[in-house]
Structure formats: structure tokens, C-alpha cells
Design a protein around this ligand. Structure first.
Ligand code: 5GP
Ligand code: MN
Ligand code: MN
Length: 333
């Protein structure tokens, strides 16, 4: 990763220059947390013309409405002057930037901060560290090089990002360095109990009932000789409407499905429009789900990946099934 070049890009922004911060569609805690935390850091550095935005509906998911730095979020408009610098957070590829993709090429320069191994390197400078547990780890390192130590507000943003992407320090990427970063963030006085309750442990009663219904229709396809059982379920727009719920509540669903002992791979299909599904996949290790996702036009990590599925539920699940063999991680291979 080219830290010196990234640092130089940020330092080259003139006092009157605009900096536009963007992150992936359907933003999660890492996308929003790394973007807003970095934005607050830039503000500390004296960058005055700062705007953060993300593609798709501008509504911030309820779990993230308490994040510091939300005042940086302004929906993009065609009338916005061209920024001197665009910084892109947690997006593995340009397809994750929806209608904002054109902003990368029209800006003076584009800096990409990410941690997806499948990142295509679509910026002028790319800080992509597949070993980083979250994009916020990369963002914090760059801020530190720029001379900014996280204050309480920045720390809260980065802590949300770090806990989101490590499953609250449960996943493989939870290294000693992750806990050391968490310790530095906690030392600013942020409240981990309040943050976790808000971000992970709060959902409307309608969502609880919706989960019941969607989990009730989960299917388990038993393991074959190589031990790769598949569990999957789906949620439609009609499910959301009947329970009066917003799409973001479905993000937590995969965590209930992936518990299935008999399955190595788990999938949740979330209908976005008729005939189109946002697919989340998780693996316990026998299958590299990022290979399945990339084969089907998406991306992600070895244990967590996704793509946009088209067609019926059966067609999308069939497409996944068809890629599992090629994505098996063979010992030594
Ligand atoms: P999730 O299932 O939590 O939405 O996403 C899991 C991982 O897969 C994340 O790292 C996310 O960036 C990636 N991912 C999810 N959906 C897509 C997609 O449609 N395209 C790409 N390139 N990556 C995705
Ligand atoms: Mn993300
Ligand atoms: Mn991430």
C-alpha cells in the first residue's frame, strides 16, 4: 500500500479545495464509520469544504443514526462543484458506488481506502489492505500519518466500524493489532455498552416477527461427502411491507442463519426489486465465498461475500450451488 502517495494526495488539497467522501451502497457500520471518522479527522486538519455521501436512498439506517459526524452527510447533487479529491471507503469495486461512480473520474484525484482482497484498485491511489479487519483500520492509520489522533467522536465512528466488520471481535481477522486499536479507541471515553446496544441489539418488534417468518422458511441442503452443507432463506419486498419494516433490518438476518451447525455455507437473498436480490453469503471455512461472489458478479472476503442475484429464488440459489465446487478450499491448494 502506498501510504506516502495517499498522504501526499490529502496534503495537496488546497485550502479552497473540496473533498468528497463516498462509501458503498447500502452502507454498513464500516462504510459509514470509516467515512465519517476520517471526515471528522480531515475537519480537525482544517479541511473546510467537506461533504460525505453514499449511493442509493439517502436514509441512514436506524442503527447508525447516533454516529458522530452525520452532519457531514449531504446528498450529492449535479450542481455540486467538482471536488479536488474524492475518497472512497469500503467499496470493493466501482459497481458498489451506484450513481456516484462518475464522481471518481471527474474529481482531481481519487483515493481508495479498502480491505477487500477482490478490490480492483480503481483510484488514483489505492490503500487496500486485505489483512485489515475493517476499512476503519486503514483510515485510522492514514489519519495517524497525517498527524491526527482519534478524539472521542472519531473513536466512536471507528469503533462502530471495527465491531461491525469483526462481528464484535469474533471473526478470524481479530488480531492483537485489532484489540490494540480497540483499546486506543476505548481510551477516549466512548461507551462500548451503549454503542453495541444501539448498533447490534436494537430492532423494532416488527423486525423480530419478520425474522421469525423468514427463518421459518430456511432450507438446509445436507452436506455431501466433502462436508459442505448449504443453508439458505430469502426475504421479499412483500415480507418487509407486511411487517412495515425497512430493508436495513434484514442485514442482521445472515447472523441467525449462519449459526446452522449442519451447513458450511449460508445465504440470505434480500429482494431489492422484483427479480433482483442482494445476496449475502457466509462460510465457515470449507468454501471461499468471495470466489462464488466474484464468479456471479460480486465480491467480498473469503468468509463473507455478496453479489446481486437476478431471477427467481431457485435460479439464484442454483447459481450459487453451481459455483460451490470451484470455490472449495482444498487442503494445501
Ligand atoms: P454483506 O453480506 O454483509 O452485505 O457483505 C459481505 C461482504 O461482501 C462485504 O465485504 C461486502 O463488501 C461484500 N459484498 C456484498 N454484496 C456485494 C456486491 O453486490 N458486490 C460486491 N463487490 N461485494 C459485495
Ligand atoms: Mn462494508
Ligand atoms: Mn468493511
Amino acid at each position: 500500500a502506498d501510504w506516502a502517495a495517499a498522504e501526499a494526495l490529502v496534503r495537496a488539497v488546497p485550502p479552497t479545495g473540496r473533498v468528497l467522501l463516498i462509501c458503498h451502497v447500502n452502507p454498513d457500520g464500516d462504510a459509514l464509520g470509516s467515512m465519517l471518522g476520517f471526515g471528522l479527522g480531515l475537519r480537525q486538519l482544517g479541511v473546510r469544504h467537506l461533504q460525505a455521501t453514499f449511493p442509493g436512498p439517502p436514509e441512514v439506517p436506524e442503527p447508525f443514526r447516533g454516529l458522530p459526524g452525520l452532519d457531514l452527510l449531504v446528498p450529492a447533487s449535479a450542481a455540486d462543484p467538482e471536488p479536488a479529491l474524492v475518497i472512497c471507503f469500503d467499496a470493493a469495486g466501482e459497481s458498489r458506488l451506484g450513481e456516484l461512480v462518475g464522481r471518481l473520474s471527474s474529481a482531481g484525484a481519487a483515493l481508495v481506502l479498502d480491505h477487500h482482497a477482490s478490490n480492483s484498485g480503481f483510484g488514483t491511489v489505492n490503500l487496500v489492505d486485505p489483512a485489515a479487519a475493517a476499512t476503519s483500520v486503514v483510515a485510522e492509520q492514514l489519519l495517524s500519518r497525517l498527524g491526527v489522533a482519534p478524539d472521542r467522536a472519531i473513536a466512536e465512528c471507528f469503533y462502530v466500524a471495527l465491531t461491525t466488520d469483526t462481528g464484535s471481535f469474533r471473526f478470524e481477522a481479530t488480531t492483537p493489532a485489532v484489540h490494540q486499536l480497540a483499546a486506543r479507541l476505548l481510551a477516549t471515553g466512548i461507551s462500548p455498552g451503549d454503542i453495541s446496544r444501539r448498533v447490534f441489539d436494537t430492532r423494532p418488534f416488527g423486525a423480530v416477527r419478520l425474522f421469525g417468518e423468514v427463518l421459518g422458511r430456511a432450507r438446509l441442503e445436507p452436506a455431501e461427502a466433502d462436508g459442505r452443507g448449504l443453508v439458505w432463506t430469502f426475504a421479499t419486498l412483500d415480507d418487509l411491507a407486511r411487517h412495515d419494516q425497512r430493508p436495513y433490518v434484514l442485514e442482521a438476518l445472515i447472523d441467525s442463519v449462519r449459526c446452522t451447525a449442519e451447513a458450511d455455507v449460508s445465504c440470505v437473498l434480500k429482494q431489492t426489486t422484483p427479480g433482483e436480490w442482494a445476496v449475502s453469503m457466509r462460510s465457515k471455512g470449507a468454501v471461499d465465498v468471495s470466489r462464488v461472489a466474484v464468479a456471479l458478479g460480486g465480491g467480498g472476503h473469503r468468509f463473507a461475500a455478496g453479489f446481486t442475484g437476478r431471477g427467481s429464488v431457485e435460479q439464484v440459489v442454483g447459481a450459487i450451488r453451481g459455483e460451490l465446487d470451484a470455490a472449495l478450499i482444498r487442503p494445501g491448494g
